[in-house]
Design a protein around this ligand. Sequence first.
Ligand code: CP
Length: 308
Amino acid sequence: MALKRKDILGLRDITRGEIEEILKTAETMKKVVVGPNKKTSHLQGKSIVTLFYENSTRTRLSFELASKYMSAVAANIAASSSSVKKGETPIDTAQTIDSMGTDVIIMRHPMSGAPHIMAQHVRSSVINAGDGTNEHPTQGLLDMLTIQEKKGGFEGLKVAIVGDVVHSRVARSDVFGLTRMGARVVLAGPPTLLPAPGCELPGAEYAPTVEEAVEGADVVMALRIQLERQKKGLFPSVREYARFFEIDPKMLSLAKPDAFVMHPGPINRGVEISSYVANSDRSVINEQVTNGVAVRMALLYLLTRRDA
Ligand code: CP
C-alpha cells in the first residue's frame, strides 16, 4: 500500500480509492494508538518536521506522536520562535528544512495556498495542516474515519455542518471528502457566515435554518466560532449566536435518535455547542482526537512508502 501523490494538500481532488486506502490504513494504525505498545518500526529512518505558523494543540501534537509511535525522527518548529521572526520567507524556511534530509514537512499557515506553493519548492512530501480558510485535509480524514466507524460507511448519510462555514477550512475539507464518498452534507449558519451566492461549496446543500439542517441528520457537526468575527460585525453577539445556532439538547432532538455530534475543536462551550451535549454520550469529540493520531500515522506511512 502506498499513495502515488507526493503531497497531501487538500481533499478537493482526492479520489475515492485514495480515501478508502487512507481510512483502511488508519484503522490498522488505530490499534497501535489504543493498544498497550505504542511503538512500531514503520517510519524507522524517516525524518518528519512540523512547521506551524499558527497555534495548534491537536494537529501538531498528533503529528508528533504519530511520528514517534512509528519510530521516525521528529522535530517541531514554531514560526514564533524561529528565523521567520527575522523575515525569512516560508519558501526559504521550507528549503532550509528540506536541505536537512527531511522526508515529510507538515505545515500550517494563515495564508490559503501556502503549503501548495511550498510543496513545489521542496523534495520532501508536504502535508497541509490547515491553510487559511482553504482546507484542513487531515481533519477531514479523521472526521471521515470517525463517521465510518460509527455508521459503517457514508452512502446516503445526512451530515449537518453548522456555524461559521465561510471561514472554516474544516468544513471545506469535510464537504469535499464526504460528498466524494456519497454522503449528503447540509450546511447552515448565520447568512454572514455562509458563502456568498455564487461562491457555494460544490456538492453541499444549504438549509435556510439550522433546524432544517439538523432535522433527520445522522451526524451533526458544530464548527468553532472565532470570537474575533463578532468584532467585525458578522454576528451581533455571542449570546445571540448561541440562542439561535448552538447545538443543545433541544436542537439535537431534531436529528435521528442515533445521531452523534462532532466538533473539530477547540470548542467554545455554551456558544456553538452546549456543555451538556459536548459531555454527553452523543458526543464523539474525544474519539475524533484519537482518530486524528491514527489518520496521521496512516498518511505518514503511505507517503513515505511511495519509493518503497
Ligand atoms: N482541529 C484542530 O485543527 O485543532 P488544533 O488547532 O488544536 O490543531
